[in-house]
Design a protein around this ligand. Sequence first.
Ligand code: HQG
Length: 189
Amino acid sequence: MIMIENSTMTLEYKKRISKFLSLILRHQPETINLDLDGNGWALVSDILANKTLKFTMAELDEVVQTNSKKRFSFNEDKTKIRANQGHSLTTIDLDLKTQSPPEFLYHGTVAKFIDAIKKVGLQKMNRQHVHLSKDQETATQVGSRRGKPVVLSVRAEQMESQGFKFYVSENGVWLTDTVPPEFIVFKKA
Ligand code: HQG
């Protein structure tokens, strides 16, 4: 077994742990028989005891602190951990507070989805919410995960004035339930 010192954790190893945490905290806790409470919290001790991917508390701490998107949070005494957003598990209630959005929010996607989005708007697909970014740079990065990015502008303030609710996750992602096509600005390709 390769021992990895806290201070010398490679980016690759951190990414492996981060992906593992996303899997068990957002999508499939059953892969390691992990219990999540109604608000998405798991016991850190349960995670460290898992047999699939071994790491120490110091390594977990480093992954949580240095994660570029702040995907995970500890509770105050670091006995519990949860994902800040992105769940596909429908039973998790993150207890998000509504917030008033800026005039525009942005959504990064790719060209092959545009026809469908024009017809039915932005949908949650496999997640609990539609994810929106506060700036075009972030939306460009989100879209780039799937290919050449297309950034859509969403008239968020106008949506709110018509009764749509917006939330912000712990790590600054704007969330809403759906964005009907009439609130989306489709630029010509
Ligand atoms: C598209 C990552 C067809 C949508 C990112 C997207 C983000 C539609 C895909 C976070 C559609 C869903 C979320 C419709 C939406 N017809 N396609 N009506 N409506 N789509 O991954 O927003 O690394 O569930 O454009 O950085 O891409 O996980 O959502 O392409 O913050 O922390 O369907 O995931 O963060 O894909 O990404 P996703 P997303 P993490």
